[in-house]
Design a protein around this ligand. Structure first.
Ligand SMILES: [Zn+2]
Length: 307
């Protein structure tokens, strides 16, 4: 099973009461980190990333009111693109949720709420729904967002774009868009849009991750064997190509020897890397709200000046 298939499977088993349901993120190193777009609803704070059984460092979390994408070049789309290109995101998931208030607030009610905040109707764009991207169906909103992302020229054609819906009461995740399937359809159709692409990953940034590799002490960055290997390989190949172009000579043997060293390091790492325990899914319903303890009394600040 691929990453999100395993996530959904573990989630469903956990919701059904299987306390052992979980995920070994290290097995999916090539698909991590994931970039998730969710709503700003604070009720989601209790669910992520544990409902996906992912460690926090593999979960790039983007939020906006209603997990809305308004166009293939919108501000949120740019953040998604940068999350992939700069932060190394490998898969994208738009995760809507049930009982979304953005969905449940009719246009007139929204205008009233804005008015109560001193926002005058005359200063707002004519088509409020288009402008804010408000929607009437949480499911349709996620499907539309996935469609816009899939067709954005800012997103690489090989990055799966999934659509999920989280049930706020049970923590259950349901597929709305299986990004592994749409990626095949999209590539096969040869649709325009994903032609001019940003580089998947900057080579120097890739080597930055490699800096944590302390050979003498054999310290490895956590759970990133495949990723480090791939990125080092890619970076070496790209840098070699640049150098070749500069000096007009073949430097493949040198690049190959570096790749061999990287390969040996990875082989060693794979043999000695301790296998971490699985991360368990915790999709339990929201915990009861606790009353915050009262803050400590504010004491007058002593005057430290001495006369
Ligand atoms: Zn919401």
């Amino acid at each position: 099973m691929r990453l999100f298939e395993s996530i959904i499977d573990a989630n469903h088993r956990a919701v059904a009461g299987d306390a052992s349901a979980g995920l070994h993120p290290a097995e999916f190193a090539d698909a991590l980190p994931v970039v998730a777009l969710t709503c700003v609803d604070p009720r989601l704070n209790a669910y992520f990333p544990n409902a996906l059984a992912l460690p926090a460092e593999d979960f790039i979390w983007l939020r906006n009111a209603g997990n809305i994408i308004t166009s293939t070049l919108s501000s949120t789309m740019r953040s998604l693109a940068l999350s992939c290109a700069v932060k190394g995101g490998r898969e994208i998931a738009v995760i809507g949720h049930t009982d979304c208030q953005i969905c449940k607030t009719p246009t007139m009610a929204l205008l009233d709420k804005l008015k109560a905040l001193g926002v005058d109707r005359s200063r707002l764009p004519e088509n409020i729904n288009d402008f804010f991207g408000t929607f009437g169906s949480e499911r349709q909103n996620v499907i539309k967002a996935c469609d816009l992302i899939r067709n954005s020229p800012l997103i690489g054609p090989k990055i799966p774009v999934h659509g999920l819906l989280l049930d706020l009461e049970t923590g259950r995740l349901d597929w709305l868009v299986n990004g592994y399937e749409t990626i095949q359809t999209h590539l096969a159709s040869g649709l325009p849009g994903n032609v001019a692409l940003p580089k998947a990953c900057d080579p120097m940034e890739s080597l930055g991750a490699f800096k944590d590799f302390a050979l003498g002490e054999m310290k490895f960055p956590e759970m990133k064997i495949g990723e480090v290997a791939t990125r080092v390989g890619e970076a070496v190949t790209q840098e070699a190509a640049k150098l070749e172009a500069k000096i007009g000579q073949q430097i493949v043997p040198a690049a190959e020897s570096v790749q061999n060293v990287a390969g040996q390091m990875v082989q060693y790492a794979e043999q000695h890397w301790p296998k971490p325990p699985p991360i368990h899914v915790k999709p339990s319903p929201l915990p009861p709200l606790k009353k915050s303890p009262p803050p400590p009394p504010i004491r007058p600040r002593p005057d430290l000046r001495r006369h």
